[in-house]
Ligand binder design. Sequence first.
Ligand code: B3K
Ligand code: ZN
Length: 883
Amino acid sequence: MSDKPKEITRLADYTPPAHLVETIHLDVHLDETETLVASRMTLRRNPDAPTNQRAVRLDGRELELVEIRLDGAPLSTAGYTLDSEHLTLPDAPERFTLEITTRIHPETNLSLEGLYRSRGLFCTQCEAEGFRKITFYPDRPDVMARFTVRLEAERVRYPVLLSNGNLIESGALENGRHFALWEDPHPKPAYLFALVAGNLSCHEGPFTTASGRPVTLQIWVEPENAERCAHALASLEKSMRWDEERFGREYDLDRYMIVAVNDFNSGAMENKGLNIFNAVYVLADPETATDSNYEDIESVIAHEYFHNWTGNRITCRDWFQLSLKEGLTIFRDQEFSADVGSRPVERIRDVQSLRAFQFPEDAGPTAHPVRPDSYMEINNFYTTTVYNKGAEVVRMLLTLLGKETFRRGMDLYFARHDGQAVTVEAFLDAMQTASGQDLGPFSRWYRQAGTPELTIRQQHDPDAEVLEITVMQQCRAHGQSEAGEPLVIPLAMALLDRDTRAPLPLILEGESPENAPLERVLEVTRPVVTYRFKNIPRPPLASLLRGFSAPVKLNSPLSNDDLALAWGADNDPFNRWDAGQQLAMRILVEGARALPDHPFATPDSFVAAFAATLTSPDLDPAMKSLAITLPGIGVLIEAMPEADPGALFTVRESLRRRLAHDCRDTLLALHAANLTPGPYRVSGEAIGKRTLKNFMLGLLLADPDNDLAARMAADQVRQADNMTDRMGGLVPLVHTGRPEAEELLAAMEHRWRDNPLAMDKWFSIQAMAPLPDTLARVQRLMSHPAYNPRNPNRIRALVGTYCRGNLVCFHDPSGSGYRFLTELIRDLDPHNPQIAANLVGALTRWRQFEPRRREAMRQAIDTIVTLPGLSRNSYEIASKSLA
Ligand code: B3K
Ligand code: ZN
């Protein structure tokens, strides 16, 4: 790959497009090595552009220009200029037609951006800037055009030809070829264009929208997967119904298609009417998919469907506004999962992932605001900050405005901006109009990077019967010496009576006690605020940031004893869970810091509180599993200055061993009580039981002397009729290095060697093992016949799991993990820069670690940043992490 210019694009430099495209007709002659793309566009000068520009500049990358005509007349090379990124016509009339033919080479396109091949299929990925690898075009989201697409290919190998919108015509041609003509009536940005061609079979079902419009829903997969689509189709129907009921949004085309492909950089893509999905988010049967695969399929299908309104009908003016569609759509899919499943479980999981991934990003050198100000490579900004913190910002609006006002704001947003490409301000302004509130101060959440820290102090005055709560906020992003501006922080809170655990009426000074609420949302807008609650005779148990009402770090005023009490008593399910997390974090981080001088000893009080949670009658199985899950190594690293992952792992395992030993009988009893006899079923209840049962098994195996548990796990793997239980037994056996593991791994390999998604599980179990020989094993597995070093799912399953999931091994103090990653990048970056850049992300938080690892990580980044021809994707991440 040649060195691309490492230019920086800035939000402040935005200007409207000089030309608009009214219509584009694409005629694509598909061929593996030489695909011809003929485009015919009608363009006009944009009346809203600041200057009346006669020159037309189109984006284009890695394209061979075959022919170009302006209003029918061929242009000679003197009539345009061409460089590696643009085609420029110096002078064009007010309105004109451009016909451009380009030649492209899908077979050699390993970046999986633009038009490429995945096994026997042709498919596309255009977001963010892939359309410019198909044809010359003003490839920016504020250029919205009406598309028609004619596809032509060999009939036997490519019997199915799909593109966006409605099928107008299809038929046979000479020489064994055939064609299909598609028309999308909705103007769209080029990033939503898609085509697929190949031998696919279709699983379909009817849907009637709330207003009575019939729609055909189709899931297209390779014929061998035809039996694995039912869950995807059911998930789609559920999502469509939910969006009608909760947001009043209906579907707008005659068909909705989802295609599953094997080679895909991300999870899925919301192309108008023709979603393209990573196969792992479509295909499921009990034998090969786990419960969490089933859950992920439902939520990714929902997410892409919800984009039809938040993203496609209303799109982004420019890529800085990405969170306008992604943050909002994540919020919508989280709400969907909460409505159709368990709201508390959904909330806890969303916060778990926010803390595990977004908080570290926000604290590190690649931190950026929800709406970034600049980028080198936009594909590096499909981040957890843009997505998940963006969703939290939308959720805070819901909390501050209330459900009804929020819905009116959404309705207004849709009514005002349907068919437009807009900015975050359009969204905020709709909410502002609907609520009558000034959201100016709130909008800082979109502009300011870094996780705010809330420090809370409480003081009780028994004579005055007053509880004083002082809230201090501070927001400082990486590398900033000055604190940022104060943010508007909704702080949901309650005060609980220590004995009865009942919530107390919350009466602020100056308020009357009548109808005092039991929970309230304090709107913290200043750096320091004090609240005085009256009629509080005894010190209560404070329940703060209930439901995680804002994406902040809370320095809780609660003692360890109070955390233990809240773990068993807080009436907010989120806070109840979080009390256990905070308590475990304190114990584990302190324990790791005291090593090696002071060997770790689990406090008896923790074992007692854990045992009480284990037997608590008011937690359902899903909540119980969450309540007793210890914080992962990733979040512990973030909480430990000069982090030492090895020490954290030692302490965490020692704690687990003690719990496994002391609570053995209860764990066994819960295991037995949560068996799910009969055929495998996907329901919240069944999934909750399997989760808890397998959690018990995993914890029992933390005790190295428990041979009974090892036998139970091995039997479960052999007897299970579903992948969830097979994995539930196999993972702890492999991760504790039990002798049974090898034989069971071999059996799994033998059974599933032809099923790539099942083999991904086989790869990742091994890559995740916290054992001394794991790196050697991963290196060996890279030559396994089922491994493919160019397929993103295989990469993620094996080397991705090792580098980004197995933090103990990856951060081996010898630096072997870092050197391994450096070599991977050297091999992968020239072919697939998006996936390479993501892996480089494993090194960015080097400053967080103790000196030896810190130095070794920095050396690895130094090596990567100077690799010859490094992509701008990887360069941006590596160079920023050194800054
Ligand atoms: N919008 C796509 C992601 C595109 C990734 C481009 N690098 C999927 C989604 O968020 O729904
Ligand atoms: Zn999305």
